[in-house]
Design a protein around this ligand. Structure first.
Ligand SMILES: NC(=O)c1ccc[n+]([C@@H]2O[C@H](COP(=O)([O-])OP(=O)(O)OC[C@H]3O[C@@H](n4cnc5c(N)ncnc54)[C@H](OP(=O)(O)O)[C@@H]3O)[C@@H](O)[C@H]2O)c1
Length: 297
């Protein structure tokens, strides 16, 4: 029987890439979109690739929508998906003191609570079958924090902690849980982050310079950042490997970032990150190096 996989946030970026790749590899893919026009585009992308997948409407921030989407997948598979890819995510850039509760709650609802809710829904069926996989798409940002990224990093760190707890809780029931920690790659997320920053532009803030530097870096990052392909490959490896790794760190930026965070003293590290984000000034050579190596996008 074909293995079924539920991929959240499959309308663009990594989610779309994973859904199409898995469909091409013969998986029974349930790819989620937030509304019907996006679902239609997703089916058209699959048709163009000559692969077949099913679309399900899902807003992970809405518990009724999660239950309805899951019920649809249960009815279609006769018991729920073999695997869940918790990929849906949104950005939030801004200093901790500049971001309002509503924006923070929405971020946590999508990037953390929504992912945990989907895991909670699929786990009983996986346990009953004694087999299943959950892949959580986190980020280098879950392990390394930058100024202006506090809440996004906090959300990804929380997702990493939930991933680790789930791995220990669900492992004995035959469910393998893996986390993907990717460095920055080009996707729609940079434009969404830049739009969020533009919305902060009118306010009184100590961080106006940082927002201007970050917004323009985000807007031109699409041409500079690597493609999402290695991340798509890592998610697929976590699903097809007989013994998946617990953690997939993807991309040179993620590997170098983790190493630098472990080795460079905090004071120097903080300085470089502030300079990289445009929150502090420095000699032009230091500025160039910091922007080249320490910007999170
Ligand atoms: N790009 C990077 O540099 C990077 C690096 C590390 C980790 N990540 C993580 O990778 C994941 C995928 O991001 P991406 O880069 O591929 O970004 P993306 O192209 O913006 O894709 C995000 C996906 O999540 C969906 N989504 C947003 N809010 C949702 C909600 N409430 N319910 C269901 N789906 C929702 C979006 O749907 P709509 O089209 O309807 O908005 C879209 O399909 C995210 O978790 C992100 O945090 C990204």
């Amino acid at each position: 029987m074909r293995r079924s996989v539920l991929v959240t946030g499959a309308t663009s970026g990594v989610g779309l890439g994973v859904a199409l790749r898995l469909a091409g590899a013969g998986f029974d893919v349930f790819a989620t979109a937030r509304d019907e026009p996006k679902a239609r585009k997703l089916r058209a992308a699959a048709a163009e690739r000559e692969v077949s997948l099913r679309t399900v409407l899902l807003d992970v921030a809405d518990s009724d929508s999660c239950r309805a989407a899951y019920a649809e997948v249960v009815a279609a598979t006769g018991g729920g998906p073999w695997a869940l890819v918790n990929n849906a995510g949104i950005p939030l850039v801004g200093a901790v003191e500049d971001l309002e509760d509503a924006a923070v709650r929405q971020l946590l609802e999508v990037n953390v609570v929504g992912a945990a809710r989907m895991a909670r829904l699929v786990l009983p069926g996986m346990r009953e079958r004694g087999a299943g996989r959950i892949v959580n798409v986190s980020s280098l940002a879950g392990r390394v924090t930058a100024p202006g990224m506090g809440w996004y990093c906090a959300g990804k760190a929380a997702l990493g902690a939930l991933n680790d707890a789930l791995r220990m809780e669900a492992g004995p029931g035959g469910v393998r849980v893996a986390v993907i920690e990717a460095g920055a790659y080009a996707s729609a997320i940079q434009g969404r982050a830049a739009d969020g920053l533009a919305a902060l532009a009118g306010r009184q803030t100590l961080f106006g310079d940082m927002y201007r530097v970050a917004e323009s870096a985000l807007r031109e990052s699409g041409t500079r950042l690597p493609s999402a392909e290695p991340v798509v490959s890592a998610v697929c490896r976590a699903l097809v490997a007989r013994r998946p790794r617990h953690r997939y760190v993807v991309g040179r930026q993620a590997k170098a970032g983790l190493l630098a965070d472990a080795l460079v003293p905090v004071r120097a590290r903080d300085h470089f990150k502030r300079v990289a984000m445009g929150a502090s000034e420095a000699h032009p050579v230091v500025e160039y190096a910091a922007r080249r190596w320490c910007t999170p996008w």
